[in-house]
Design a protein around this ligand. Sequence first.
Ligand code: GDP
Length: 394
Amino acid sequence: MPFWRRRHDEPPTPEVDEPVDPALVDPDWEPDPADFGVLDDGTPVEPLPTTDPLLPFEPEPPSMMTIGIPAPVPLEPPPTPAWAEPVRETPPLSEADEEAALEHGLERTRGNFMTRLRTFLGTGTGEGPSWDEVEETLIAGDVGAALAIDLVERARKRHEPAGPEAAIRAELAALLVQRDLDWSPRSAVAAGPAVVLVVGVNGTGKTTTIGKLASRYTAEGRSVILAAADTFRAAAIDQLRIWADRAKVPMIAHAPGADPGAVVYDALDAAVARGADLVIADTAGRLHTRSNLMDELAKVRRIIDKRLPGAEPETLFVLDATTGQNGLAQAKAFHESVGLTGIVLTKLDSTAKGGIVFAIEDALHVPVRFVGVGEAVGDLIPFDPDAFVAALFA
Ligand code: GDP
């Protein structure tokens, strides 16, 4: 029997491709190097690798390269969207740390708005206040024109013995709504979770706030379930899932385009079945289809009432502090349509216009519950009016 085998690119020959009688095969047979001869320079010829002669010949499948098609170039992975980037994980802040974070978050406001305000109030200069400029500074700091005029009028009439700065400070503090400082979302029904609906315009920080809230309440020992009821944007569901994973809380989601009411209904079902304490629902925030949006929110509210009668969900409006008086107009529209119970003012660290806090509480008589002072998990601080005014005037 020949010891060579046909290479796969040689034409078949009957001699090689005939079936071999197994009885003739010597299992211990090894090729003898002497059979191969030597090259001209005396180097022995290496045998070709042998294959089992009993196996049928199988030609190698042609590769893309052998049939002339270049191998596909691997695609660049898509860039990671900003919201999927890891955030600075911080444990929940202690009270002292929260105070420090608030002061730090208000640095811009203090450095700009407050410095100007103090200059025109004549603080530390021995000169009297220049009320017109005080008014302008309040307007520039997003307090709002009508309110700024009123405020200055009242401050002047106080004839505050402690001086004009104390008068403005007292008048600003008086604009803030009275609230229970121990507030947190509580269930109004036995054996049912507390429900928080988070509403607002896209980009204001809704998802980030939900993630921060989920981490905060989980750290307090409460069991939280997130409901991905912004089904309008597929990315919103993915983004919320990232925050759910960070906070290690379950999330109920349907496919993009699904009925947001059904998502919330399922999340409430899951919360009742698992005995969860709190359901936080994201909702779609698109201002250009306002009536659809408001109808959708009203429907979600009805579904909550149907599944958990008497649940009294908290409806938190997320407002981007950098949008100033525009944001205030958004808040009014949402309040008229769905009835807000609280406000979360985000990005207070990115603006020098802390005056929006006074404007919004005065306009809506709805308390600011939290302020966002950064992008990290711990950068959401419960709003305490006295601490806020103190940090502003520090
Ligand atoms: P959504 O579209 O309303 O859900 O908004 P996102 O939660 O995606 O937030 C939009 C952007 O605002 C993101 O880049 C967030 O990191 C950022 N953001 C949210 N809250 C704060 C905050 O309190 N401070 C700062 N500086 N950025 C924030």
